[in-house]
Design a protein around this ligand. Structure first.
Ligand SMILES: [Zn+2]
Length: 453
């Protein structure tokens, strides 16, 4: 049996978002650099050649990126691993790792000024993170986190910030392969030959969208079935777990995924992705577009994120709390509040912040309860969330856009509430009664993730 995932039929009834229309709104501002500006650019296409050399026990990646610059300046990209070579418009250039002026994050700036227009970038680097050569095969994954700095795709491959929707594809080669490899991904996989796979991802994907995991065939238990969406689509579902560790629970997981799917479609409309992929492993979970790596208890939370986080997407770190607050509000059973003490700075971290404020899970969830209380007379928050999925799915947005859409929906002002509770200088833990609260949800570090390759 061919264990290669073929999640290739893109049946989504939701209109495709047009990356080029949405990106300019969310592109971060340029900042002063050398004798000009470091500029954020719009990736239009990124082709990644990923080679696992099983004889040499080494892996490398070559990124071929086409991008548009809207102003003159030094182009920005990111890669945690220092590149071996960077070629801009056919010419070898240097790149420097630097901090943003607000010290919020690090990125790479190319030391060559360009004019506005279309450009190309070729970047080569070794692939070392979450790569494990074992028993004639390789285990590798591009798992992400939004709670730590630079833990999206840039952890593994040259990429852009989260605002950028870019057409990406992988050409994955297993050189010297003796046993077949399985590929688990939320892209569509085409096996070109025994060693080579082509994976295409939808146009709306960003640096936080891709799920990619490869292991030697036969190391995982799998369950496949289909779920019928309320819009008539038959969605292929694949659940998997390390062989032996969860055998008894894949049936239980199937029941759980099926019931959560029903719940979410009833609340928020058709599932915004063409398939569902669940890797049951570790503790806590992390969300991707129509996919998740999660423990059993977080399945509902993570699949909710296919609507908010990887459906309606955060365009930056300061909007990342919205989806965690909403997911946690759901986890708590959608309680309503009429008052709330404390404040937070979830929306007001430094401009270039990329990570999500941890207060989202507790204080943020309570703030959603408060908003639900404020809108009770008009049905609470759920009708608005359903409207957001219908109109904003597969598009990144700022928290400010969320607020103004909410004001438009309810014909009521919410600016002061958001200002008071999310644009403060920081969370007053004692006042909010959170100091003794345990973290209701967690995301694993890269070191922990290595155990689940
Ligand atoms: Zn979450």
């Amino acid at each position: 049996m061919n264990h290669t995932l073929l999640l290739c039929i893109f049946l989504s009834s939701i209109p495709a978002s047009f990356a080029s229309e949405n990106d300019p709104v969310h592109t971060p501002k340029s900042f002063s650099y050398q004798n000009g500006n470091a500029i954020f650019v719009d990736f239009t296409k990124a082709h990644y050649e990923i080679t696992y050399d099983l004889d040499q026990k080494s892996a490398r990646a070559l990124a071929e990126i086409a991008f548009t610059a809207r102003e003159t300046g030094y182009p920005i990209f990111d890669s945690v691993t220092p590149p071996r070579s960077v070629v801009l418009d056919g010419k070898k250039v240097i790149s420097e790792e630097t901090k943003t002026p607000d010290q919020a994050t690090q990125l790479r700036v190319i030391g060559q000024k360009i004019e506005a227009g279309e450009h190309t970038l070729k970047i080569e680097l070794p692939l070392t993170e979450l790569v494990d050569f074992r028993l004639g095969g390789v285990r590798s994954a591009f798992w992400t986190s939004d709670l730590d700095e630079r833990n999206f795709l840039e952890r593994y491959l040259p990429s852009n910030f989260e605002f950028d929707q870019v057409k990406m594809d992988f050409l994955v080669r297993f050189k010297g392969l003796t046993k077949p490899q399985s590929i688990y991904t939320n892209g569509s996989v085409l096996r070109l030959d025994q060693e080579t796979f082509q994976i295409d991802f939808p146009d709306h994907f960003t640096a936080s969208s891709i799920f990619f995991h490869t292991t030697p065939e036969g190391t995982m238990d799998e369950t496949r079935f289909t779920l019928k969406s309320i819009d008539g689509r038959m969605l292929p579902v694949l659940l998997y777990a390390t062989k032996g560790s969860w055998i008894a629970s894949l049936d239980r997981l199937k029941e759980k995924v099926s019931s959560v799917f029903k719940e979410l479609e009833a609340d928020y409309g058709p599932f915004p992705h063409p398939s569902i992929l669940v890797y049951q492993a570790g503790s806590g979970g992390m969300e991707y577009c129509g996919a998740t790596m999660t423990d059993f208890g977080s399945v509902g939370h993570e699949l909710f994120h296919s609507y908010f986080a990887r459906g309606v997407m955060p365009a930056n770190g300061n909007s990342g709390w919205l989806d965690e607050a909403l997911a946690s509000w759901r986890d708590n059973g959608y309680p309503t509040l009429s008052s709330l003490s404390g404040s937070s700075g979830m929306s007001s971290h430094p401009y270039y912040t990329r990570i999500t404020d941890m207060a989202a899970y507790s204080f943020g969830a309570r703030f959603m309860s408060l908003l639900d209380g404020e809108t009770r007379g008009k049905g609470g928050m759920k009708p608005f969330l359903r409207y957001m999925v219908a109109t904003q799915a597969l598009k990144p947005l700022f928290v400010e856009e969320f607020i103004s859409m909410m004001e438009g929906f309810y014909q009521q002002s919410f600016k002061n509430l958001f200002k008071r509770y999310t644009y403060g200088s920081g969370l007053n833990l004692d006042q909010a009664g959170l100091r003794t609260e345990s973290q209701p949800h967690r995301k694993m570090s890269l070191t922990e993730l290595k155990d689940y390759l």
